[in-house]
Design a protein around this ligand. Structure first.
Ligand SMILES: *[C@@H]1O[C@H](CO)[C@@H](O)[C@H](O)[C@H]1NC(C)=O
Ligand SMILES: *[C@@H]1O[C@H](CO)[C@@H](O)[C@H](O)[C@H]1NC(C)=O
Ligand SMILES: *[C@@H]1O[C@H](CO)[C@@H](O)[C@H](O)[C@H]1NC(C)=O
Length: 429
């Protein structure tokens, strides 16, 4: 791999101008990429030894103020089952409009997501589908309360196709195939997932099962969606994250199952899928996602610890080692089964190549570096006057403290080869 120095990127210019005036949002977690590998491997106890941190199993309260209630007519619900479920239990505002910082801390509280990852995701949602002045975003469609929308009118996550909402998701349909309905579970896809554990004595939808399902979801989009797009961010990172997050954060973590047990019942509850006891017929109730009773989140401490960027990177590497095609980016060319996949090196000017990402540290570097390059690129032209400055400041003050400066920056971001693809649309990433 070619390592280039840190200076010269747009990010650097902004850093020089603004760093002094910004406090670090995530105190105590600088340079994730640098220290992550070592500390994480130690913590996870790869050798099976107990770790020094005591594990704490935490049951998530679904009573009282956190009792489940379906969304009202004006409440926003969108493509992400975890966010919908949190809103239905009042862990996020029930109207579905979420402040970036509150959202980030709630992802940690309810699902055990680490602060650096939850903040990164909430930041990205705010920048690309929300409101940078009020620091909020809608978990569903556009919300009139968001006054300073950026791209496409603060469209919320439901309107963030090829940015946050992506093709080849775990259970939802592709934007193009379902006339933009990205909020519904496509039951045949959900059934495929259930079938993978159908004849198991103790069904557990763990990472290996989701990896099997990943093969199917990718191939399914290739063979049914002429406009299928699998970008370096939307495809390689986001759509794969969807597959990794499910076993990593929906499972029930207890002393009985310290690595988590994700049963069919838990899966159906989080995805708002109901089964008719007599006929076995499945139905999906949009927006009715629910945290199960007696469900224990991913615990802090112990063998696992919070789900952070490094854990995700490790999970993705495990998937991609079985299925290297996940590391190529591209799309169909207007017909089904016409997928053209490029090496990531063609887009990053050779700084990050697809196979490099099988290295944990390189993948963690790439995750942060790609955000620092695509957000400014995507915002260009979609932005109103001074807002771009606000947005870029927010990006750098939040993200830069997390990135090891030794992670090679991406100086050239060349999407020309992707732009010809019909699914690329407006600034797909
Ligand atoms: C794990 O435990 C084994 C057996 O007790 C021991 O030999 C080994 O050194 C331990 N490893 C670490 C990293 O502590
Ligand atoms: C989670 O596991 C505990 C302990 O095995 C069990 O009592 C509880 O019912 C499980 N919760 C769910 C939602 O499966
Ligand atoms: C992608 O990169 C490889 C290796 O550098 C090169 O051989 C190939 O021609 C490039 N493809 C495109 C479409 O630029």
């Amino acid at each position: 791999m070619k390592w280039i120095s840190f200076h010269s990127s747009l990010a650097y210019a902004i850093l020089v101008v603004h760093t002094a005036s910004f406090p670090q949002l995530v105190a105590g977690t600088p340079f994730i990429a640098k220290n992550a590998l070592k500390s994480w491997l130690q913590k996870r106890g790869d050798d099976g030894n107990a770790t020094s941190e005591a594990v704490r199993y935490i049951r998530i309260d679904v009573s009282g103020e956190h009792a489940w209630r379906p969304p009202g007519a004006n409440d926003k619900r969108g493509p992400c089952p975890a966010l919908n479920a949190m809103a239905n239990h009042g862990y996020l505002p029930r109207n579905g409009v979420v402040n970036m910082l509150t959202g980030s801390s709630m992802f940690g509280k309810v699902f055990g997501m680490a602060g650096e990852l939850s903040l990164t995701l909430a930041l990205y949602a705010t920048l690309l589908s929300g409101d940078v002045l009020s620091l909020s975003f809608s978990i569903g469609g556009p919300h009139p309360g968001l006054l300073s929308p950026l791209l496409g009118g603060g469209n919320g996550l439901s309107g963030s196709h090829n940015k946050f909402e992506t093709d080849s998701s775990v259970t939802h349909g592709d934007f193009f195939l379902f006339k933009g309905d990205v909020n519904s579970v496509q039951l045949p896809k959900f059934k495929k997932l259930l079938e993978l554990q159908e004849d198991k004595k103790k069904p557990n939808f763990d990472l290996d099962v989701l990896t099997e399902h990943r093969k199917f979801t990718l191939q399914d989009s290739i063979s049914t969606n002429p406009q299928f797009f699998y970008g370096p961010f939307s495809g390689l990172l986001v759509s794969n994250a969807g597959h990794c997050f499910i076993p990593g954060m929906f499972a029930n973590f207890t002393q009985d199952n310290p690595k988590g047990l994700l049963t069919k019942e838990i899966l159906m509850s989080f995805f708002a899928v109901y089964e008719d006891q007599d006929t076995g017929r499945l139905t999906h109730k949009r927006g009715h996602e629910r945290i199960p009773e007696n469900w224990y989140r991913r615990p802090p401490g112990g063998l696992l610890g919070d789900y952070g960027t490094t854990v995700f990177a490790q999970d993705l590497i495990r998937m991609a080692s079985k299925y290297p095609q996940l590391l190529k980016v591209g799309g169909n060319t207007g017909r089904v089964n016409s997928f053209v996949g490029f090496d990531l090196g063609n887009i990053t000017g050779g700084i990050y190549n697809s196979l490099d990402l099988l290295n944990l540290q390189s993948l963690v570097c790439f995750i942060f570096r790609v955000l620092l390059v695509i957000v400014p690129d995507t915002l260009q032209g979609g932005l109103l006057g001074g807002l771009i400055k606000v947005a870029l400041n927010l990006l750098t003050k939040t993200l830069l403290p997390l990135v090891d400066p030794k992670c090679p920056g991406i100086q050239q971001w060349n999407t020309k080869i992707l732009e010809g693809m019909p699914g690329y649309g407006k600034k797909g990433v």
